[in-house]
Structure formats: C-alpha cells, structure tokens
Design a protein around this ligand. Structure first.
Ligand SMILES: Nc1ncnc2c1ncn2[C@@H]1O[C@H](COP(=O)(O)OP(=O)(O)O)[C@@H](O)[C@H]1O
Ligand SMILES: [Mg+2]
Length: 624
C-alpha cells in the first residue's frame, strides 16, 4: 500500500530511513519521529552520478503511516475503504465570469465532492473550458471565489501541445507531479555537487524523505506504464515530444495529467485526437481512479461510463445532477414533457418515473456509480430538473437504395503517404446497404482510406469501382477550404443544389438551425460547429445512396451528435465512415475495417463483436 504526503496529515507519519548520509541527524523541517534502518541498497542511478563523499550515503525515507484511530483515518481519504464521501474537494462561491458584455456564469455556488466523476456539459461556447480554467486558477473570475481544500493536488490536462516539445515523453509525464519533479531535479543537482558537505547531506536526506513519501521510487515505472497503457511503446518513451505525432502528443499530456494520482483531475475534452482503443483505456483508467474528476466531453459512451454526476452549464448557471449523461438527458427530456403538459394527471407522472427508475437501476457497472445511482433514485424529482435550453437540429436522410447488389469494389489498391505505406494490395467489396467503419490508431490512415474510396485521392496502384450511377456524398475531415468564399450561408448551400429555389434551400438550413438572419451571414465567419452544420445540410440536400463520413461528430455538440446518430441509424443506405465516437460505431456498424502497422484487416463483424472477441482472446492468453 502506498501513502501520499500531501500536507494534510502533518505529524501522522513515521519515516523509516534506510542508508544514511550522516550518522545521526534530526529532521530540521519536520517535527517527526525518525527511525533509522539500513534496509535498501543504493539505487543504481545514484551511484551512477559520480563519486560520493566518504561517509555520505544516500538516504531513502520510506513512510509508514502510523496506525491511527479509525475515526481520524477516514479523513485521510484515498483508500476507498476510508473514503469520506462528503469531503468537499473544490467549491465555488458566488462565481461570476464574463467577457465584455458576454456573461458566462452568474453567481454560481457549487461543490465537487470526493470520489466523484463530474461530466461537464453545455452548448458550444457556454463556458466549459473557462470554468475548468477558473477552477484550476488559470483564469480569474469576475467576482466570487474558488476554494480548494487545503493541500490538495489538482492536475490539469494541458491543451497546449507545444509547451513540452523539448522534453522527452517520459520526463513530460513525470513533470505532471510538480513537487515530485522539483525534488528529482534538486536531488540530481545536489548529488552532482563536487563540494558536497554536511548541510547538503541534510538537505538530501530531507528531499529523499519527501521523495519516498511521494512514492518517488515507483515514479518512472508508473509513468512508463501509463504511456504503455496508451499504446506508446517503451522504444518511444525517450523521444522528444515534438518528434511525436499529434495523437501521441495528446496521449503523453494525458499520461502527464493522470500521473501520480492527483486528488482532483481536470480534463478538457480528453478524447479529442484519441483513437477508440485509447478512449476505452482512458474510460477504464477513470473507472478505477478513486479521486475526483471533472471532465468536459462530447463523447456519450465516455460520459456514460465514467461520470457519476453531470454538471450542466445552461442559463448562466452550473447545475449538478447525480447520474450519468443518458440519465440526465432522458430526465431532462421527461422534465420538458411534464412542463408542457402540467395539467395532466399526477398518476401518469408517477408511473413514468417508476418505469424510468426501474430501467436505470438495472445497469450500474461499478460501485461508485451504483452508490450514486441509489442516491439519485432516492432523490429524483423531475420538477427539479431544468429542461435544457438547447435546440436540437433535425437531421433526416432518405433511404433510397440502388438496385445493384454490390456498391463498391477495391482491386489491388495500395497507397502511401509521405513515403510510408498505409495499405497494400487491398481487395474487398462493399455490399449495397452495408455499414462499414474504418478504424486505426493513426487518423491519417483512416482519412487516406476514406479519401481513396471517395475518389478525392488516387490510389498508387489498383482501382476503385462503384456500381453504375450511384449518388455518393463525402464529408471529409478537413473542409475549411470550402468556406474560403465570400458567400452567404444560403448561397453557399445553393452551390450544391440542382434546385436553386430559396425556399427549397432554406428547408435544409432551417433543419440545421440556421434561420432568418443566421442564414444571411457570410460563411467566412462561421465557427467550427456552424461549418459542420452547413456540411450536414449539404449531405441532406444531396440525398446520397452512399454516405462516406470522416469524423462526422467532430465539432458537434452532444445534442447534435445524438440527432445525427439517430438519423444514421434510421437510414438504410450504404455507409462508410471513420469515427472515434464509440457509441456511433457500436450502434451503426456491421463490419470493421482496421488499418494498423501490419496493413489492412477486414474483420467482417460489428465493433461490439470485435471487442468481445478481443477480450476473450486476451483472457485466453492470460490463462495460458
Ligand atoms: N479570454 C477570453 N476573452 C474573451 N472571450 C473569451 C475568452 N475566453 C473565452 N471567451 C469566450 O467565452 C465563451 C466561452 O468559451 P469556452 O469556455 O471556451 O466555451 P466552451 O468550452 O463551453 O465551448 C466563448 O464565446 C469564447 O469566445
Ligand atoms: Mg471548450
């Protein structure tokens, strides 16, 4: 068992010293009882630092927590058995944030308590990233304050991918624990001193004590394990961050944030740029993480699996709800229905509530979720749930099929990007009506495959043949160049329409929430979310028999993602897509095509089945 010295429990630890620099010393800084024991060999990295002064030996302090009265130990907290559930980790008091005229929050007072995972949601631009920055102290609130319980370590997933460019991956992860990293550096400097004297020995002893208390001996192994879990092999741990691709940079920053078991972990859209396998790893990691997490995400599978609470930013307030995202969404839809039909009888409401509770109490997958679920069922009051102010777009694809049995065939297709082979000699056919997902750890591979299929890139060898007269539409990953024209939203969409009639065009824009003045503005000023809504309006208008989508949920908010997922589920035409949205993939796919370093593998089964197979295979390997 490991313990942390986090400053909350001064005087509760007995450091056990092994190997001494000086014969006897007393800790100057801390009023602690010290026992000396020679128990540990000198670690190789210390002896490798050059000649040590005679009589001076490195010190390792291993902390042993003194047995304490059970009542006191509950407040120490990281051990789940001792978890004091009501300990408030972060609290805001009367928080208001505004930029110029624009008010994000007004008088927000909320508490984030120990051991919970809060999924932070809200429409684009509502202030999710700003709230995390205020909580971490990076941004000052306009008024009000943030109170963080004394001695807590707050870790943040950094969004700046350049800050650590000149450090290697492993060091970048270690830097996630600021205090531990500072100790490591100071220790190294001390041990390299040519005139190492007694006071240096005392200082080193203090540092070693703190280092041991922070579980420093395990640090490198743990950092390496985190990187390994995220799919970065040991051979890459020594590479500089700038030498890594974007996906790996995010993985390193993620490992940095979670390294060293922070008390509070703040994550802003951690699943962006991650492939599905890494997202699932992160889900598992957060499920076993015992401390407090506040995470912004647009990934429904992720939010549903990890969150015990939802913090919804709406109406300039942050409201906390117990339960996961699906629970919040369905409860808020129910609240809206009730509000609209207030006059209806109470029995209807009671019945619906009972059914809802029965459905949601069935599938608690982990203990902290089960506990929070029990609580939420006890407290559920539909009237207390504010119906969301968000508007959902209305996406409908017609399901016109072609008559041919086969939609598409690839014969001996190869493609390289920047001299690196992505796939070679691919032969496959896609049947009419099939739904195929392309997955890869490398997003360039997925995009390249989809572009070759869509015909926006030529293969190096082989051919791509489509059934005769198939209408097909492609949503590429990168489409900003399409918006480099000074056209209004209406005129932009008109470019893709055979029917130039304004009412016809407006019908599609209206569904994507561009009404009145909104559809008159120039496409050059649109946000990422607005651009993708234009692209989806175009796809609806083109009414294709085969849809090819590369990352369709990128830049969409949760409401729009739900609507898009439903529209694609209802549509029966052929679909070929790449996505990191686990729920979209699981709910839509008949067949998975995977591109790895070994080339392209056609799995001929859906994603859920593939995962099931993989789990069974790895269980067999472990058992063997
Ligand atoms: N430093 C700043 N100065 C002015 N406006 C800002 C600043 N930071 C964020 N904003 C604005 O505040 C709003 C909320 O931003 P943000 O917190 O990033 O939203 P979210 O993460 O919910 O999408 C946006 O309209 C954004 O343009
Ligand atoms: Mg944001």
């Amino acid at each position: 068992m490991t313990f942390k010295n986090d400053g909350r429990d001064e005087g509760q630890d007995i450091p056990v010293v092994s190997f001494l620099w000086v014969d006897v010393f007393k800790s100057k800084t801390e009023n602690r009882a010290i026992t000396y024991m020679k128990t540990r060999p000198v670690p190789a990295w210390v002896t490798g630092l050059g000649p040590l002064r005679s009589g001076a030996m490195p010190v390792t302090l291993l902390y042993r927590r003194q047995a304490k009265a059970a009542s006191e130990s509950t407040s120490l907290g990281h051990n789940p058995a001792h978890c004091n559930e009501t300990r408030i980790m972060i609290r805001t008091q009367g928080l208001s944030v505004q930029f110029g005229e624009r008010v994000l929050f007004e008088d927000v007072s909320i508490k984030f308590t120990q051991g919970n995972c809060y999924g932070l949601i809200g429409p684009n631009g509502a202030g999710k990233s700003t709230l995390l920055k205020v909580l971490s102290g990076e941004t000052e609130p306009h008024s009000g304050s943030v109170v963080i319980d004394q001695g807590l370590r707050v870790a943040v997933l950094k969004q700046d991918h350049f800050e650590f460019n000149e450090f290697d991956a492993l060091t970048t992860v270690l830097m996630g624990h600021g205090r531990l990293f500072a100790i490591m550096q100071e220790k190294n400097t001390l041990y390299l001193k040519p005139d190492f004297d007694e006071s240096d020995g005392m200082r080193a002893a203090e540092l070693e004590a703190e280092f041991g208390g922070l579980n420093g001996w395990e640090a490198e192994a743990q950092a390496g394990e985190l990187l390994g879990g995220l799919g970065i092999p040991v051979s890459r741990h020594g590479l500089l961050v700038r030498e890594l691709d974007d996906g790996d940079k995010v993985r390193v920053l993620l490992a940095q944030a979670v390294f060293g078991d922070p008390d509070v972990l703040l994550l802003d859209e951690p699943t962006n740029h991650l492939d599905v396998e890494s997202i699932l790893w992160l889900e598992d990691f957060l499920l076993s993480f015992q401390n407090t997490v506040i995470v912004v995400s647009h990934d429904r599978h992720f939010l549903n699996r990890v969150s015990t609470h939802i913090a919804d930013i709406d109406y300039h307030k942050v409201k906390l709800y117990t339960g996961n995202y699906d629970f919040w969404r369905q409860a808020s839809e129910m609240a809206l229905r009730h509000r609209q039909a207030r006059k209806e009888k109470n029995e209807d409401r009671a019945r619906e509530l009972r059914e809802f509770i029965a459905r949601f109490s069935a599938n608690a997958s982990k203990s902290r979720q089960a506990t929070s679920r029990k609580k939420m069922l006890g407290q559920l009051d539909v009237e207390a749930i504010a119906p969301s102010s968000r508007k959902s777009p209305h996406i409908v694809f017609s399901s016109e099929r072609v008559h041919s049995k086969e939609m598409l065939s690839l014969t001996d297709v190869s493609k390289s990007v920047g001299g690196k082979s992505i796939f070679e000699g691919v032969n496959l056919t896609i049947a009419n009506g099939e739904r195929v997902v392309v997955v890869s750890r490398d997003s360039v591979a997925t995009s390249t495959f989809l572009e070759v299929v869509a015909g926006t890139q030529e293969p190096d060898t082989g051919s791509v043949r489509w059934a005769a007269a198939v209408r097909r539409s492609f949503l590429p990953k990168e489409y900003s160049h399409l918006f480099d024209v000074d056209l209004s939203v209406i005129d932009w969409l008109r470019q893709f329409s055979e029917d130039p009639d304004e009412d016809f065009i407006r019908k599609f824009l209206g569904r994507m929430l561009f009404t009145g003045e909104e559809s008159r503005k120039s496409v050059t000023v649109l946000s990422g979310g607005e651009k993708v809504r234009c692209m989806l309006a175009r796809l609806m208008l083109e009414n294709p028999q085969c849809l090819i989508l590369d990352g369709p949920t990128n830049h969409l908010d949760l409401e729009s993602i739900n609507v898009l997922n439903n529209a694609l589920s209802k549509r029966s035409g052929t679909l070929i897509f790449g996505s990191h949205d686990v729920e979209l993939i699981e709910s839509l796919t008949d067949r998975v095509i995977e591109i790895s370093n070994e080339g392209l593998v056609d799995h001929q089964c859906g994603y859920a089945e593939l995962r099931q197979r993989r789990t069974e295979e790895s269980a067999m390997l472990v058992g063997a």
